[in-house]
Design a protein around this ligand. Structure first.
Ligand code: VGL
Ligand code: ZN
Length: 225
């Protein structure tokens, strides 16, 4: 059974008002809506942060969003530390910026996954935190949810290509699902970096990055009109 994960199509990631707007982020929505009916399992994710979230530059005196980093520590193993980028406040739980954009056809979405809810942990992936020693802190239950529904193939679209789409797709592949990203169904925070390194990292993890015009999408029944 095929699943589509629509990642973080939220106001804060979209122009014109998003605090962390991805250029042209809204423009992929029509394509996503047209893809949804091709998948029996259709889930949407939401970045869903408390106000004291560790990824907000505003919670670190003297630090700037986009350029500065902070260190997060695995609550289950203080020796594991990860440097993570700081952002403007975004996707605060229950705020207008955390809402899914109204253009997304949510009548076709069956279930929602919220991530980034732990104040001290950045979580780009819709599966779990980036900690690996041990792996699994902040498990959202997504892998289990997919398996319980008999999913055996995962397709990922949404925002942003170089952060949550990338991490979600890599984790889906690590969970053992054949995994695809549809290139035209995503946009990057930093498109040049995505071209230069992100796409390759994803492919190295076993994810197939495919074009809407390619054979793979044709084979699941998509027809251009
Ligand atoms: C994301 C930056 C911070 C994303 C989430 O959805 O790609 N990016 N939080
Ligand atoms: Zn976030």
């Amino acid at each position: 059974m095929r699943a589509i994960l629509v990642v973080d199509m939220q106001e804060d990631f979209c122009p014109p008002n998003g605090s962390l707007a991805v250029e042209d982020g809204r423009e992929i929505t029509a394509l996503i809506n047209s893809l949804l009916p091709l998948f029996p399992v259709r889930l949407a994710t939401q970045d869903w942060h408390p106000t004291d979230h560790v990824s907000f530059a505003s919670n670190h005196a003297g630090k700037e969003p986009f350029v500065d980093f902070t260190t997060i520590i695995n609550p289950e193993n203080p020796e594991e530390k990860i440097e993570t980028r700081l952002w403007p406040d975004h996707c605060v739980q229950g705020s207008p910026g955390a809402a899914l954009i109204p253009e997304l056809d949510t009548s076709l979405i069956q279930d929602y996954v919220k991530k980034g809810t732990h104040p001290q942990c950045e979580t780009y992936s819709a599966f779990c935190s980036p900690f690996r020693k041990p792996r699994g802190f902040g498990d959202t239950g997504l892998a289990r949810k997919l398996r319980d529904q008999g999913v055996d193939e995962v397709w990922v679209v949404g925002l942003a290509a170089d952060y949550c789409v990338q991490s979600t797709a890599v984790d889906a592949a690590k969970e053992g699902f054949p995994t695809f990203i549809i290139e035209e169904g995503t946009k990057a925070v930093d498109p040049s970096e995505w071209e230069a390194t992100g796409r390759m990292a994803v492919v190295e993890a076993g994810v197939k990055v495919v074009s809407i015009e390619g054979e793979e999408v044709k084979s699941i029944g998509w027809k251009q009109d």
